[in-house]
Design a protein around this ligand. Structure first.
Ligand code: HXC
Length: 257
């Protein structure tokens, strides 16, 4: 049986994970989310992995949760759905995660993409939450992360009409940070991930956490968190190295200490 998820690297600190169920447009079934969770465990445990890129194919990042699997589950079945644990695992990944999106990025696919700290899109990308067409609604962040990314009006329109938006609209709305030619999406995401991987990992981790906290803290608490994290970095070798390298006009060599 062909592998449903391809894993490459780490190369220059970056692992590339490619969703590979082309026959179902990378629909996220339990088996695929299970391997993805395990790959994220491995990436987290590996000190040589500093950032991860998740992508799909040029036709589809992922066309949603696997509808056939979902149809076989009733209320109790949904409560016991192992995919709930997988979604929670993806959401608590602790290293920088970039999602490189081409083609259909729908439902659970869009929710997976939004777990990325950064989304890079091909100009053929279609982002949508079409669950309403199935008589259901988003269940893995589509009503929460989308509204934080694009604001209430557009999020509400997408969730209630099920109609997708294109890459340029997603860029204007702030859902993605860059749009490129589809054949360049992964390369661009890898280049950004390698840049991040070359920085001091403790500073990256704390800066990432501070930016994430901006979503779920009020401004005063967020500013306090930022100041504490900023101060903690004064205890690191990497800070000494970074400042010394600047003063002596050389390239810093970060050690993660
Ligand atoms: C299972 C899927 C699928 C899905 C596509 N396929 N999406 N199988 N689950 N989500 C399968 C099709 O059945 C078909 O299989 C094959 O992939 C190719 O798809 P086509 O429909 O033939 O392709 P096309 O005509 O190009 O249309 C593409 C499409 C359409 C517009 C993306 O496939 C589509 O509307 N898919 C469903 C999108 C969706 O509703 N997603 C949200 C799911 S609910 P066969 O065997 O016929 O060739 C969700 C909830 C998340 O995500 C909750 C998280 C907790």
């Amino acid at each position: 049986m062909p592998q449903i998820l391809l894993s490459e690297g780490p190369d220059q600190g970056v692992r590339l994970l490619t969703l590979n169920r082309p026959e179902a447009l990378n629909a996220l079934n339990t088996a695929l989310l299970d391997v993805l969770s395990k790959e994220l465990d491995a990436a987290e445990a590996d000190p040589d992995t500093r950032a991860v890129v998740i992508t799909g194919s040029e036709r589809a990042f992922a066309a949603g949760a696997d509808i056939n699997e979902m149809a076989a589950r009733d209320l109790v079945g949904m409560l016991e759905d192992p995919r709930t644990q997988h979604w929670a695992r993806i959401a608590r990944f602790t290293k920088p995660l970039i999602t490189a999106v081409n083609g259909f990025c729908l439902g659970g696919g869009c929710e997976l993409a939004m777990n990325g700290d950064i989304i890079i899109a091909g100009n053929n990308a279609r982002f949508g939450q079409p669950e309403i067409n199935l008589g259901i609604m988003p269940g893995a962040g589509g009503t929460q992360r989308l509204v934080r990314a694009v604001g209430q009006s557009l999020a509400m329109q997408m969730v209630l009409t099920g109609e997708p938006i294109g890459a340029e609209r997603a860029l204007d709305a702030g859902l993605v940070s860059e749009v490129c030619q589809p054949e360049l999406t992964v390369e661009r995401a890898l280049a950004i991930a390698r840049t991040i991987a070359s920085k001091g990992p403790i500073a990256v981790q704390l800066a990432r956490e501070a930016v994430q906290r901006a979503e779920d803290m009020d401004l005063a608490a967020g500013l306090r968190f930022e100041r504490h994290a900023f101060t903690i970095l004064a205890a690191t070798d990497d800070r000494r190295e970074g400042l010394d390298a600047f003063q002596n006009k050389r390239k810093p060599e970060f050690t993660g200490r």
